[in-house]
Design a protein around this ligand. Sequence first.
Ligand code: PLP
Length: 394
Amino acid sequence: MLKPNLNYGNLKDSYLFYNISQKIAAYLKEHPGKKLYRLGIGDVSLPLCDEVIKALHGAVDDQSKKDTFHGYMPEPGAPFLRETIANHYARRGVTLDTDEVFVSSGASDELGDILDLFDMDSSALVMEPAYPAYVDANIIAGHKIVHLPAGKENGFVPLPDDNYVADIIYICSPSNPTGAVFDKNTLKLWVDFANKNGSVILFDAAYEAFIESPGIPHSIFEIDGARTCAIEICSLSKTAGFTGTRLGYTVIPKDLVRSGMSFNSMWVRNRTTKTNGVSYIIQKGGAAVFTDKGQEQIMVNIRKYKENANAIMAALDSLGIWYCGGKNAPYVWMQCPKGMDSWTFFDYLLNEIQVIGTPGAGFGACGEGYFRLSSFGSLEDTKEAARRLVELLK
Ligand code: PLP
């Protein structure tokens, strides 16, 4: 008899965003037309930059002419884009072969698909609070999950611990939801730990473009020893506003080998079996991000989001409320005041000042008592939300 993947039965229902939308709908029913200040969003709000738009238009025109038309693209990515991304890493002092870079449709797809490279009996270490997809993708794959708690005492940047060993180790830096970043020394500890135990680090660099503090690595491959223990998953979603356009890239070094098998070769086989490449048009748009002009223009948008983060941080500073993130990330992770749990704080902000954030409990048990504020909204609304926060909590 057919047996479905019974692991789906082990997934916990995710009530986080459903609950939030239900609460907002109920509030608006009672207070029709009331303006809300949405600091809960994880999506970008600014449009693609001019360089990208120009490249996309140019690529559409290419598709209209016989001589420049492109059909299927190479499954691991167009050579022009793989080379462009490898050069981008080289500018940061990281040397990659072009065929160590794989073009993807975004980090979410890769975070799920990459688990094809690991045995069904693998275990995965997830530092919590965490981006929920890490846990869910591993439950679907039937993997055992090792939860490594993080908290205020370590600034939500946990160190390796011999009591928490797993085959796959997730590191998200800058982190969603906490905005915390791993410095070079801490990452080196994790790289050494992974090499010692034969683990593979899945380094999620979706927010690397927000790093502004000097010395904070943008890539795990800035760390000695990472080539034998890490895969990096990156995305243009938050870097360049590609959430709806869809483009990312994944780096798998050829030195990453376990049981005599090369992860790079396995991924080539996987992509050629399970995909038919990313659209030529989108890859052209993506390549424009890495030009000098493209880099300047995406930074204009990132600076706008950072202005929002600054407004939130200034409000919390003036209130003396503990938080992390904000400086090198689009998220500010604050401690709920007056000992409130995160859903009580959500209701309090919605009812009293119409500000919406994301309750920390939605990102794992360690998130209880914390609250995520996002800087992806408009400056006007974020400033008003920050003003209201101060007024309410002073
Ligand atoms: N990784 C993290 C930590 C994220 O927060 C997100 C999206 O919010 C993703 C990956 C997925 O990004 P993408 O839009 O490239 O699928």
